[in-house]
Write a protein that binds this ligand. Structure first.
Ligand code: PSV
Ligand code: MN
Ligand code: MN
Length: 388
C-alpha cells in the first residue's frame, strides 16, 4: 500500500471544499427536471444536507448560497443553523439570469434603469454577505447576444466595467468579488465574459479585492485548463474554482468523473503555483445531480478532489525538475504519469479512520439512515430546485 508522508497528510488535513447549496435541490436539463425523494424544501434543509457531507468526510466545512434561490427572512438564523450543524455559510452567488428584465443584459444593459436594478441586486447580495459572514461575492453573467450585429460588444464592455466598479466600491475591507467566465450559453454568438482573459481584464481594472473564478466546465473542448490555472496563479488573480466535469458542454457532472486525468493535471498546477490550502484560492463545487442521489453525489465529489490532490502531492517534483532540465522528455512524462497512477484510496481510508472519520464515507452515509429519514420527512411541500 502506498504510504502518504506526514507533509502530505498535513496538507490534506487542511483541505477545505465548499459545497453549492443548489446541488441539494432538484435540477435537470431543459428537457426534464426529475423530482428526487427527500429533496430539501428550503435553504435550512439544504444546509442540513450539506452538513452530512462534512460529517462523513471532514472535507466540506462551508456551503455557498445562491440569491434569490436561498433567500430567507433571517440570515443570522441561517448562519446559526449552519454553525449548529458544524458548517459555515460561504460564497454568495448573485443571479441575474432569471428575470424578464435581463433578457438583453443586466450589468451590460443599455437601459440605465435595468442596469441599476442589476447593480442593486449585487449590493443586496453584499448586504447578505455582511450578515452571513461570507467573504466572496461570485458573479456569473448570462449576458451576450445571439446574432452578429445585434449589439455593440465594445460598449457593453464599458458598461460592464462601470457596473462592476460600483459593486466593487461597496465591498467591505475583507470581502472580495470573483468574476466567473463561460464561453457560451445562454447566448450563442457572443458572451460578455467568455474567457479568463476578459475576466482578468475586468477584475484587474477594479483592484486587489477582485479575482477570477475558473469553472472547469466553462471552456471549449480541448482547452488546456491547467495552463489557465498556472497563468492565473502566476498573476495572483485566481480567486476560486467551480469544480465539475463535462463530456460535451456545461454538463455540471461529478468532478473527476469525466476526465480524472484532467483533474490531476489541474491539481498539479495548483500545488505548483502555491494554490493549495491558500486562503486566496477557494475550492468550490458547482454541480447538479440530475439523476443520482444528491448527498452521496456530493460525498463522491469531495472524495474525488481529495484523492486527486493526494496524487498531485505524490508527484516527485525534484526528479521531474531534473528530467525537465535535461530535456528528457520520456522520463519527465513517466514521472508525471507515475504519480497519476497511484491508488491512494487505501491510505486515505486508513488516515480517515485515524481522524475519527469513516473509512468509507459512501457506505457509512448509506448505512446512517439519514437518506430514508429525509425521504419520509419531506414528503409534500415544495421542493427547492435549481431556480426555486
Ligand atoms: C453558470 O453556468 C454557473 O456555472 C454559475 O456558476 C451559476 O451561478 C451556476 O452555474 C448555477 O448553477
Ligand atoms: Mn459555475
Ligand atoms: Mn456552469
Amino acid at each position: 500500500m502506498t504510504t502518504l508522508s506526514p507533509e502530505i497528510l498535513d496538507a490534506l488535513e487542511k483541505q477545505a471544499i465548499e459545497l453549492p447549496s443548489w446541488a441539494f435541490g432538484n435540477s435537470g436539463t431543459r428537457f426534464k427536471v426529475f423530482a428526487t425523494p427527500g429533496t430539501p424544501r428550503d435553504p435550512f434543509e439544504k444546509i442540513a444536507d450539506a452538513a452530512q457531507v462534512h460529517k462523513h468526510t471532514g472535507l466540506a466545512p462551508t456551503v455557498a448560497l445562491h440569491i434569490p434561490w436561498d433567500v430567507v427572512d433571517d440570515y443570522a438564523a441561517l448562519r446559526r443553523h449552519a454553525e449548529d450543524l458544524g458548517v459555515a455559510l460561504g460564497t454568495v452567488n448573485s443571479n441575474t439570469f432569471q428575470d424578464d428584465d435581463y433578457k438583453f443584459g443586466a450589468l451590460t444593459h443599455e437601459d440605465d434603469r435595468i442596469r441599476r436594478k442589476a447593480i442593486d441586486h449585487h449590493l443586496a447580495c453584499i448586504d447578505i454577505m455582511d450578515q452571513t459572514g461570507s467573504r466572496d461575492l461570485k458573479i456569473w453573467l448570462a449576458e451576450g447576444s445571439n446574432y452578429p450585429g445585434q449589439n455593440d460588444m465594445r460598449a457593453r464592455q464599458d458598461r460592464l466595467h462601470d457596473s462592476l466598479s460600483t459593486i466593487y466600491a461597496r465591498l467591505g475591507e475583507n470581502q472580495r468579488l470573483v468574476l466567473e467566465y463561460k464561453f457560451f450559453e445562454p447566448s450563442f454568438y457572443h458572451t460578455d465574459v467568455p474567457d479568463w482573459g476578459t475576466s482578468y481584464v475586468q477584475v484587474a481594472a477594479l483592484g486587489e479585492k477582485a479575482k477570477v473564478c475558473l469553472d472547469t466546465g466553462h471552456h471549449a473542448p480541448g482547452t488546456n485548463i491547467e495552463f489557465i490555472v498556472m497563468q492565473l496563479l502566476r498573476l495572483g488573480k485566481l480567486g476560486s474554482f467551480d469544480f465539475n466535469s463535462r463530456f460535451y458542454a456545461d454538463d455540471d457532472l461529478i468532478v473527476g468523473a469525466a476526465d480524472p486525468f484532467q483533474l490531476f493535471r489541474i491539481l498539479v498546477e495548483v500545488v505548483r503555483g502555491g494554490g493549495l490550502n491558500n486562503p486566496d484560492v477557494a475550492f468550490m463545487l458547482d454541480q447538479c445531480h440530475n439523476i443520482e442521489k444528491k448527498i452521496p453525489g456530493q460525498i463522491r465529489s469531495v472524495l474525488n478532489v481529495q484523492e486527486m490532490t493526494a496524487r498531485a502531492l505524490l508527484l516527485d517534483r525534484e526528479a521531474l525538475a531534473q528530467a525537465q532540465t535535461a530535456n528528457d522528455v520520456l522520463a519527465a512524462n513517466a514521472i508525471f504519469m507515475d504519480a497519476f497512477q497511484v491508488d491512494v484510496r487505501p491510505a486515505l481510508a486508513e488516515w480517515r479512520v485515524s481522524r475519527g472519520l469513516p473509512a468509507d464515507p459512501m457506505a457509512e452515509y448509506a448505512a446512517s439512515g439519514y437518506q430514508e429519514q429525509i425521504e419520509a420527512d419531506r414528503v409534500g411541500g415544495v421542493q427547492a430546485g435549481w431556480g426555486a
